[in-house]
Design a protein around this ligand. Structure first.
Ligand SMILES: Cc1cc2nc3c(=O)[nH]c(=O)nc-3n(C[C@H](O)[C@H](O)[C@H](O)COP(=O)(O)OP(=O)(O)OC[C@H]3O[C@@H](n4cnc5c(N)ncnc54)[C@H](O)[C@@H]3O)c2cc1C
Ligand code: SF4
Ligand code: SF4
Length: 404
């Protein structure tokens, strides 16, 4: 329940203005806040109160209450690409996994889509597996804001009671999901690498723990919904079925400017060409086996020959040989190219969690016991400085034959 500390309340009415459900008023006689019946415990007023006079008291959810929470929800994150709004790949990837979870539970799969003028994105969500889309449109949702998006999603969760909510672990997802978890006093497992349903119908959230040395299976038995974030490229994107449709529910959004404490002054798009390793189709990845920064020229030659993008393991970033944007692994990026070439990379678990979704993995390492060979489709035991020049020579010869 929402508690008002009457002694502390100064009657400023901010809670009244930010409440999306008109569920709190400041009584004219007492000049103190009073909570009304329609309160959904969304928490918007709690963060807005300037004197911390509001608090939400929650008890662990009983088994009967847990049974009331149903259906799998995904945050339908979109981005602007060349001025067009497009659904982010990670949201589509989550639809694939969400479908699997919903089927195991015998429940339905829904997307919460926020924005301004984003209705045209709905069919794509149906084509990728959503049964229902909660369309939350408002001019104040044109750009992502922590306050605006948290208020709306927390309200949808409070009224619809999903059993699971999944977010992409993107920069905005990493901001939003913990905020909602804090607001609704829920658990959140970040950067999951596996999601499943156990025999008790609970969400089993797997992620590396203790520096990646163990894989932990995490449950949220006492709160609902169960919430997880997943990095891009961890799960495969489902094939689109353009014949599939679903139900769109338009959600009335009652945001007010005062509810959003941040303003976008200017948007600066970064254009760092050639280093978007998350979307690269071919990655030529270097490990500490390259020996020196100068030796990266071997990797560059191979990358050029196969039209690939360069990435690397963490030691190369720590040594300043590659920028962090090009690091693959637990503390770098998760990648899923069609071809991943691991050159002088041992295959530590913290590296593997970032690249095992690749379609084909080719590893070159002079140590035949290197763990990278356990995940490689093609392994070559040998010295990269002997093999790469041979490789490049053969590719160039084959290309020349084709053009002649
Ligand atoms: C919390 C935490 C987070 C981490 N996050 C990441 C992460 O995001 N990404 C990441 O990569 N690591 C990460 N690490 C580090 C990780 O544990 C490993 O230390 C790292 O991945 C090792 O990188 P490497 O394989 O390039 O180097 P090494 O383990 O030193 O392996 C070098 C390999 O090169 C081979 N080699 C040497 N010379 C040649 C040659 N001439 N030809 C062929 N092969 C050769 C060797 O046989 C060896 O197998 C993290 C660690 C921790 C604790
Ligand atoms: S925002 Fe806080 S101080 Fe202001 S009226 Fe509401 S409860 Fe009272
Ligand atoms: S918790 Fe949410 S619904 Fe309840 S009074 Fe505060 S803002 Fe309104």
């Amino acid at each position: 329940m929402l508690n008002v500390d009457i002694e502390t309340c100064i009657g400023c009415k901010i809670c009244e203005r930010v409440c999306p459900f008109a569920a709190i008023i400041v009584e004219p006689e007492t000049k103190k806040a009073k909570v009304l019946e329609g309160c959904t415990l969304c928490g918007a007023c709690v963060g807005a109160c300037p004197v911390n006079a509001l608090s939400i008291e929650r008890k662990a959810v009983s088994e009967e209450e847990i049974a009331l929470y149903k259906n799998v929800f995904i945050w339908g994150e979109w981005e602007k690409k060349e001025e067009k709004k497009v659904i982010k790949n990670v949201a589509l990837e989550l639809l694939g996994k969400g479908r699997e979870l919903a089927e195991k539970l015998g429940e339905s799969l829904a997307v919460v889509l926020l924005g301004n003028d984003v209705g045209h994105l709905v069919p794509e969500l149906f084509h990728h597996g959503a049964d229902k889309v909660y369309l939350c449109e408002h001019e104040l949702l044109e750009n992502y804001s922590t306050d605006g998006y948290t208020n709306v999603i927390a309200s949808v969760i409070a009224s619809e009671k999903p059993s699971i909510v999944l977010y992409g672990a993107t920069p905005n997802g990493r901001d939003l999901a913990p905020r909602i978890a804090g607001r609704l006093a829920l658990g959140l497992t970040a950067d999951c690498t596996g999601l499943d349903i156990n025999e008790s119908r609970q969400l089993v959230q797997t992620r590396p723990a203790f520096g990646g040395n163990i894989m932990a299976s995490i449950l949220s038995p006492y709160t609902r919904p169960q919430m997880s974030s997943v990095r891009p490229n961890v799960f495969p994107k489902p094939e689109a079925d353009v014949s599939k449709t679903g139900v769109t529910e338009e959600v009335e959004v009652t945001l007010k400017p005062v509810s959003i404490r941040t303003k976008i002054i200017e948007e600066i798009v970064s254009h760092e060409e050639g280093i978007n390793i998350e979307e690269a189709k071919i990655l030529v990845s270097a490990g500490r086996g390259v020996g020196s920064k100068d030796n990266l020229q071997y990797i560059e030659e191979l990358a050029e020959a196969v039209n690939g993008t360069i990435s690397g393991s963490r030691p190369l970033v720590d040594l300043g040989w590659l920028p962090h944007l090009q690091q693959v692994g637990q503390s770098g990026k998760t990648v899923a190219p069609t071809l991943y070439m691991a050159l002088g990379i041992s295959g530590a678990v913290q590296h593997l969690v970032g690249m095992t979704s690749s379609d084909t993995i080719v590893a070159i390492n002079k140590d035949k016991e290197a763990p990278i060979f356990e995940v490689a489709d093609f392994g070559i035991v040998g010295d990269i400085f002997e093999i790469i020049p041979e490789f490049v020579k053969i590719i160039k010869e084959e290309r020349a034959k084709k053009t002649n």
